[in-house]
Design a protein around this ligand. Structure first.
Ligand code: GLY
Length: 318
């Protein structure tokens, strides 16, 4: 199949850029980074990059990872503050260091050393959402500046009440170029109001991101703790490796989530997977019944938005 891109629904912001690169003979790596970078820069999305919902302290902390299916090269950064394009930093980690993942101050030092520019990531809109939830509407109804640690204790004790659907996003794209190289890229501001330093699945290779040219690629959005515990992206690839069809591999990885005893799994749209097999066939699944994904090949003039296969978690209504 000609160059192909599949991604979470917010990947619509960057999918044409990826297709343009593939159409001009560019690589899956360049296409994946270009697509994700545009989503990171978009103010329309408050789950990724600039405009992301902040942590409990009101700081935007970003996570990202990238994996190349040709040689399983990987790079990731976690809990990075002040740098708007963590996907580019993750790529640099992959390309020039002996490491896979850098976090926090060390990742920021690396970004500074390599000349990445900084920016204010907290928009007025995100600050207002944070203020309304944490300062007035949050657990304990206590001002954050009165006694932060007291507030945090209450917040963590009553964690699930902080959740709502706008603060729980991520973006991912999987790109296959005409050489058959598959690259998976993921970026997020993580769980809105997360504990400072909390990492979800997005920067963790095998949890939120996995690519292997021999079998395909997979990436997750949703509550990262679930994908970490189930190694969800890697599971999809393992099921493909063991002969399952793409649809069956994704379904099996989703059904594995039922093994998690999870007192916080009260939201319906808790986990989502997009996946691509080695030939460029794609699919996606969600624990919610309305989630979509986007898909485009270099033969198409525009992306298609498709409904994900609904694989509900057992015990939840939808
Ligand atoms: N899936 C993104 C996160 O849990 O942070």
């Amino acid at each position: 199949m000609a160059g192909v891109v599949v991604g979470s629904s917010n990947a619509r912001i960057g999918i044409q850029a990826a297709i343009d690169i593939l159409g001009n003979g560019g690589t899956a790596l360049d296409a994946a980074v270009a697509a994700v970078k545009l989503i990171e820069d978009s103010l329309d999305d408050n789950s990724v990059g600039t405009g992301g919902i902040p942590n409990l302290l009101g700081q935007v902390e970003l996570d990202a990872s990238i994996m190349h299916g040709k040689n399983l090269a990987s790079g990731a950064v976690g809990a990075v503050k002040g740098y708007p394009n963590p996907i580019e930093i993750a790529r640099k980690v992959m390309e020039i260091t002996p490491h896979v993942m850098l976090a926090g101050e060390g990742a920021e030092l690396f970004a500074k050393y390599h000349g990445f520019s900084t920016a204010e990531l907290l928009t007025d809109e995100a600050r207002d959402i944070w203020k309304s939830r944490i300062e007035s509407g949050g657990p304990g109804e206590q001002k954050i500046d009165e006694d932060r640690f007291e507030l945090f204790n209450k917040a963590v004790a009553d964690w699930a009440k902080l959740l709502h659907k706008e603060i729980y996003g991520t973006t991912n794209v999987i790109v296959r170029d005409d050489n058959g190289d598959i690259v998976t890229a993921v970026s997020t501001s993580g769980w809105g109001f997360k504990w400072p330093g909390r990492l979800g699945d997005s920067p963790i290779i095998g949890a939120g991101n996995y690519a292997d040219n021999r079998f395909g690629g997979a990436a997750c959005t949703g509550r990262g703790e679930m994908a970490i515990r189930s190694a969800t992206a890697h599971s999809v690839i393992m099921y493909l490796r063991h002969g399952k069809s793409l649809d069956a591999a994704v379904r099996e990885a989703m059904e594995d989530l039922n093994q998690l005893a999870d007192p916080f799994a009260e939201r319906s749209n808790t986990m989502n997977i997009v996946a691509m097999d080695r030939e460029g066939q794609v699919t996606a699944a969600s624990t919610g019944d309305t989630a979509t994904y986007v898909y485009q090949t270099t033969d198409m003039n525009a992306f298609e938005e498709r409904t994900r296969t609904h694989v509900p978690l057992e015990g939840l209504d939808s």
